[in-house]
Every structure is written in structure tokens, then in C-alpha cells.
Design a protein around this ligand. Structure first.
Ligand SMILES: Nc1ncnc2c1ncn2[C@@H]1O[C@H](COP(=O)(O)OP(=O)(O)OP(=O)(O)O)[C@@H](O)[C@H]1O
Ligand SMILES: [Mg+2]
Length: 550
């Protein structure tokens, strides 16, 4: 995440994703170049017509010229449309592809990544950063190619009568299309980056405040929080303002250069005409062609304002795509076999953290037994459960299941056979039934109900007017802590795995409900290895053994 790419390498990285779309891209460039040339030659042809009239030459060519003008005008419209259609086709095909790539990257990096990152920042990568790349694919790549093609063509056209005029035109195209965007881009790049980063941070703060609304009100923090948000928005605004200022300077510099180009062309061509080196007609046409042909290069110059942000977004997306997972999934490994889970001298600390959570921890959790894990808050109970599933790798020692190190078992298999009920059950915006069914998508209603009964959830759900079809609201505020937990337990029962890692499954429940759930677990214990983390001794009564962690 820390290395910085140059603008060019971000562009190359982004272009690397477009290989299969080269043909529509080629079409977009072709249409765009022809379209711009048609627009330029409407003016040039008009000027030429005027010269014919002024010089009183025969009127026969004039109707042809008018017809030519009309054809150019119609073509201009059609070509422009075709160019945009191609560009948007490419951009949207690509956005869909990038989104799925980003999600694939996230699932490769999960769960460790999601354990650690600011969620708001990830959200802005997934939404606005990816969205901004549309600008790159639809409005950056082909304009560059089009500007190059039209500028070279026009330099040759203007240089037909004298190479000096051609070289002069080329020089001005380079100033507008390369020099100004380069200077502008360089000075705004840093700020573009900061803008995108701060935008992500603001997202995090907004999300935080939204989820923490209850606490904010409870502790009378609304004013303080509002101030913080206002400050962050102000900072963002400041950067945005300074970027806008740069944009103005870029516009002014471009306009002045274009006017100077007209002036220079007038002076030089007048001089060449006075020396008899070119004809009057060529001098006028060179001036008209120069003045009417800055469209593509000026567009390139304006592009450099957004380019900073586009590149910053691209950089963040590429960062995520290229990020190495903390733990690589084992794709080719042993099959999972049910057995004892053993820790052999395991030491572990979180990446970039000094504190050692486990040091030389050894323990055998025998197959098909229930174990209670007890210990003060922060001692590493949840970490222990995560290590079994290989969310992280220990720095020392081995964790084995049925004598195979978890580092050798196919990771997907491993996690498929283990059900982990986390301390916080996440509820989706969906019905209760579907929330339970995420543990087993093809479960029947009967299976869902049976699981809910074991989790002491059925009576509650039956009391709701829509029963299992009741939708849960987004923040889950309408669901009590205990109900949420029981949905989590119902999921675990529905999944039916042979290994159950339950992280404080009943901490929010009264003893009646807890009793029902513990009895269900007791009934199901055959062929199941259960690790039960709890702060309460009552929960542990059925455990074969209780391990106290330091
Ligand atoms: N992703 C993480 N990155 C860095 N440190 C972490 C991470 N997750 C947990 N920790 C730290 O590791 C220590 C152990 O955390 P863990 O969640 O395993 O504790 P616990 O025993 O489950 O506590 P509790 O009873 O409160 O749930 C804590 O000090 C915690 O702050
Ligand atoms: Mg915990």
C-alpha cells in the first residue's frame, strides 16, 4: 500500500486490463480522429470557399464546396456519436470487470484484510474510485490518441506549402497538448492523491457516525462529531478549491497559447507570402487551419485536471488488486479429515503489532468433545479460533487437525468444515429466513425452522406477523442483541458442520434461552468437536474440560 506509482505506470496498469477491448478502442480512436478532422475541415473548407469568392474565381467549384461542407457537418455528428458509443461500451464493460476483480481481490485478502482496514475507505474504493476510472477509459485513452493523430495530420496539412508553417503548428500543438498538461499534472498530482485519500477518510467518519449514532446521542457528542466532520469537509474543500485554481490557470494558459499560435501563424505566413515563398491562399488557409484545429489538443490539456484524481483512483484500485494477502489460501493441498485439533508450541502476534497474543501455546482438543475456553478480555480467545481457520499464520509452532498442519489443508475445505460463530453476528438486509439460510443456501423451510428451534428462536419468529419472511432493517436496530445472537446460533445449527467454534454464543441471552441452546448443543454433540468461548461459568457446565487462557 505504500509504494507510489508514477502516472505512466498507473496508466499502463489500467491499460493492461483492456486487452480484450482493443478493437472497440481502435474504432473509437478512428471515429474520433475522423470526426475531429471533419469539424476542422468545415472551417477550412469554408475559408477556402471565401477565398474563391473573393478572388472571383469561377463559380463552378463553389457548389461542390457547399456540398462538401454539408457532408462534413453530417459526418461530424455521426462520427462523434459513434466515438462516444464505442468509448462508453468499453468503459462500462470494463467497470463491470474491474468491480468483479476488486471483489475477487477482497475475497482473496479476506478475512485478515477486513479485520484490519477502515471500512469507509474500502467502500470509497469500491464505489467512487472505480466509478472515476470510467473517466479514464472513456475520456482519457482515446482523446490522447486522437490528439496525436489529428495534430500530426494537421501539421502536414499546414506544412504543405512550407515546412516552416508545419513545424510552427506542431510546436504549438505540443505546448497545448503536452507541455501545459505536464506542468499542470505534476503540480496537482500530490493534491489529487490527498483528495482521494481524504475523501475515503471522510467516508469512514460518516459511516462511523452513522453506526455510532446511539453512543453519540447518549454521550452528547453530536456537536463535537459535527465539528469533526465539518473540519474534514473543509479540508477537502480547500484541496478541491486549490485544484480548481490550477484548473483555471491551465485554461488561461491554454487560451493564451492558442491565441499566440494564431498570431504567430499570421506573422510567419505573412512574412513567407511577402517573400513570395507561399501563395496568398496558402497563408490564409494555414491561419484558419491553425486556429480551428486546437479542439483535440485543448481537450487533452483540460484532461490533465481530472487526470490527477483519475490516476489517484487508479492507483488505489491497483493497490488493492496487487496487495499480497497476509495469508495465501492453500489451493492444492490435503483434503480435510475430521480429527483432534492440536496446538503445538504456537506463538502469534498480529501483523505489525508487538504484543504477543499466544506464546508457546500447546493443547490438544480431542475430536467430538466439548471444550470451554475461558479467560479475561483481550487474552486471545477469539484469536485462537481464527488461527484454527488459518485467518493468520502463527509465527512459531504448528496447528494440526488429524495430524495435518492447517497450512497443508486446502483452505476452502478447511473453512467449509468449520463453523465459526463470531462475537458479533452480522445481519443482512433480508428476511429472517434468508439471514439464517446463508449458512446453507439450499436449506428447506423445515430445516430452517428446525435450526431456529434449536437456537430458541422459533417462538420469537412465529410471533411476528410475517414470521420467517420478516425483513430486517439495515442497521439491525430493530433486532435485540439476544435475537441477533440466536440468529447466529441458528445459522451454526443449520450448517451442521463437525467442528463448531462458538465465540461467546450466549453472552446476550437470559439463562432460560441459554439453557435451551446448551441443551440443543448437548443433543447434537455426537460427531461434533465444539470449542465454546465464554466468560460465564454456567455456559461451560457441559464442557469436558475448561481451558483458562492467560
Ligand atoms: N486484527 C487485529 N489486529 C491487531 N490486533 C488485534 C486484532 N484483533 C485483535 N487484536 C488484539 O489482540 C488481542 C486479543 O484479541 P482477541 O479478540 O483474541 O481477545 P479475546 O480474548 O477474544 O477478548 P474478548 O473476551 O474481549 O473477546 C487484543 O489485545 C486485541 O486488541
Ligand atoms: Mg473475543
Amino acid at each position: 500500500m505504500n509504494k507510489k506509482r508514477s502516472g505512466a505506470s498507473v496508466m499502463l496498469g489500467l491499460l493492461g486490463m483492456i486487452k480484450s477491448l482493443l478493437f472497440p478502442m481502435f474504432l473509437a480512436i478512428l471515429m474520433g480522429s475522423l470526426g475531429h478532422l471533419a469539424a476542422i475541415f468545415i472551417t477550412v473548407l469554408g475559408g477556402e470557399g471565401l477565398i474563391y469568392v473573393l478572388q472571383g474565381e469561377n463559380g463552378k467549384t463553389l457548389p461542390y464546396m457547399i456540398a462538401g461542407l454539408m457532408i462534413f457537418a453530417v459526418f461530424r455528428g455521426i462520427l462523434r456519436y459513434a466515438e462516444q458509443a464505442c468509448n462508453h461500451y468499453i468503459a462500462f464493460r470494463l467497470l463491470a470487470r474491474i468491480r468483479s476483480k476488486v471483489f475477487a481481490a477482497l475475497s482473496r485478502l479476506a478475512p485478515a484484510k477486513l479485520d484490519q482496514t477502515e471500512k469507509g475507505n474500502l467502500i470509497s474504493i469500491l464505489t467512487s474510485d472505480v466509478e472515476l476510472l470510467e473517466v479514464f477509459y472513456a475520456h482519457t485513452i482515446s482523446p490522447i490518441a486522437i490528439a496525436v493523430i489529428t495534430s500530426v495530420f494537421m501539421s502536414f496539412y499546414i506544412g504543405r506549402s512550407s515546412w516552416i508553417l508545419g513545424a510552427l503548428a506542431m510546436m504549438f500543438y505540443l505546448i497545448v497538448g503536452v507541455l501545459i498538461p505536464y506542468i499542470n499534472g505534476r503540480s496537482g498530482r500530490e493534491q489529487g492523491m490527498i483528495y482521494r485519500d481524504n475523501f475515503g477518510k471522510l467516508n469512514t467518519t460518516v459511516l462511523d457516525n452513522l453506526y455510532g449514532l446511539d453512543e453519540i446521542l447518549q454521550y452528547h457528542q453530536s456537536e463535537e462529531r459535527l465539528k469533526q466532520m465539518a473540519k474534514k469537509s473543509e479540508e477537502l474543500e480547500k484541496i478541491s478549491l486549490s485544484l480548481k485554481k490550477k484548473e483555471n490557470w491551465q485554461r488561461i494558459a491554454t487560451d493564451i497559447t492558442i491565441l499566440s499560435a494564431g498570431l504567430a501563424m499570421t506573422l510567419v505566413s505573412s512574412y513567407l507570402y511577402s517573400r513570395g515563398r507561399i501563395e496568398f491562399r496558402d497563408a490564409i488557409l494555414a491561419i484558419i487551419a491553425m486556429m480551428s484545429s486546437f479542439g483535440p489538443t485543448a481537450a487533452l490539456s483540460a484532461l490533465s485536471n481530472n487526470l490527477n484524481q483519475t490516476l489517484a483512483s487508479g492507483d488505489r484500485v491497483l493497490d488493492l488488486l496487487e496487495e499480497e494477502p497476509i495469508v495465501e489460501d492453500i489451493l492444492e493441498g490435503k483434503e480435510y479429515r475430521q480429527g483432534d485439533i492440536s496446538f503445538d508450541g504456537v506463538s502469534f502476534s498480529y501483523p505489525e503489532k508487538e504484543k504477543e497474543i499466544l506464546s508457546g501455546f500447546s493443547k490438544v482438543f480431542e475430536k467430538n468433545k466439548i471444550y470451554g475456553i475461558f479467560g479475561k478480555s483481550g487474552c486471545g480467545k477469539s484469536t485462537l479460533l481464527k488461527l484454527i481457520q488459518r485467518y493468520y499464520e502463527p509465527s512459531k509452532g504448528l496447528i494440526k487437525i488429524q495430524d495435518s498442519s492447517v497450512n497443508k489443508i486446502k483452505t476452502e475445505e478447511l473453512r467449509k468444515h468449520i463453523t465459526y460463530m463470531t462475537q458479533e453476528t452480522f445481519l443482512f438486509q433480508d428476511t429472517i429466513e434468508n439471514n439464517i439460510k446463508i449458512a446453507k443456501l439450499n436449506a428447506t423451510r423445515e430445516e430452517v425452522e428446525a435450526a431456529a428451534k434449536k437456537a430458541s428462536l422459533h417462538d420469537f419468529v412465529s410471533s411476528l406477523p410475517k414470521g420467517y419472511d420478516t425483513p430486517l432493517s439495515e442497521l439491525g436496530d430493530s433486532v435485540s442483541g439476544g435475537e441477533r445472537q440466536r440468529i447466529g446460533i441458528a445459522r451454526a445449527f443449520l450448517r451442521g458442520s463437525n467442528v463448531l467454534l462458538l465465540d461467546e454464543p450466549t453472552s446476550n441471552l437470559d439463562s432460560l434461552n441459554e439453557g435451551i441452546i446448551l441443551r440443543s448443543l448437548w443433543k447434537e454433540r455426537k460427531n461434533k468437536s465444539i470449542l465454546l468461548v465464554s466468560h460465564r461459568k454456567s455456559t461451560m457446565s457441559m464442557a469436558k474440560e475448561m481451558i483458562t487462557m492467560e
